[in-house]
Design a protein. Structure first.
Length: 159
């Protein structure tokens, strides 16, 4: 069956079964391999994309459930204000180790920053808890999110 889905501002027509996970469509049908397959069961966060700005596990999101919603992937997150800040902070803090989890981490972090410009430590922990990093980059991730958020009222806050 044919579905038309909007990804990174462009319409894509795909001919797949309706229950096909979005992750499969991105990677195998459209060749957008920045979004990673980890567990396939919503347990690791490697496959995180944004749907209407919300961090979403693409491995358990069927293509038929998307409708007219706007999908953003790692390939375009740097064009959003929050995504650009997060990517710069990731580089400044040298967050990445092996890198496998990192597109999902960046998608969750940028969704957090877009909805909550000055997250507390617990806000960060809550937003990022579903993104697993086998290399243990969690401390650098938290610091990079704080760097991207910037100081509150020009001062470093207790976040
Ligand atoms: S691949 Fe989707 S959460 Fe692990
Ligand atoms: S950087 Fe290696 S799994 Fe996160």
């Amino acid at each position: 069956m044919a579905f038309t889905i909007r990804i990174n501002g462009a319409q894509h027509s795909v001919d797949v079964d309706g229950d096909t996970p979005l992750l499969w469509v991105l990677r195998d049908v459209l060749g957008m391999t920045g979004t990673k397959f980890g567990c396939g069961m919503a347990l690791c966060g490697a496959c995180t994309v944004q749907i209407d700005g919300a961090a979403t596990r693409s491995c358990i999101t069927s293509v038929e459930s998307i409708g007219k919603s706007a999908i953003t992937t790692i390939e375009a997150i740097g064009k959003t204000p929050a995504g650009a800040k997060i990517q710069k902070a990731w580089l400044d803090h040298e967050v990445v180790q092996c890198g496998y989890c990192q597109s999902g981490q960046i998608m969750s972090a940028s969704a957090l920053l877009a909805s909550n410009p000055h997250p507390t430590d617990s806000d960060i922990d809550n937003a990022m808890s579903g993104n697993i990093c086998r290399c243990g980059t969690y401390v650098r991730i938290r610091e990079a999110i704080k760097l991207a958020a910037g100081p509150i009222n020009g001062k470093a806050g207790d976040r």
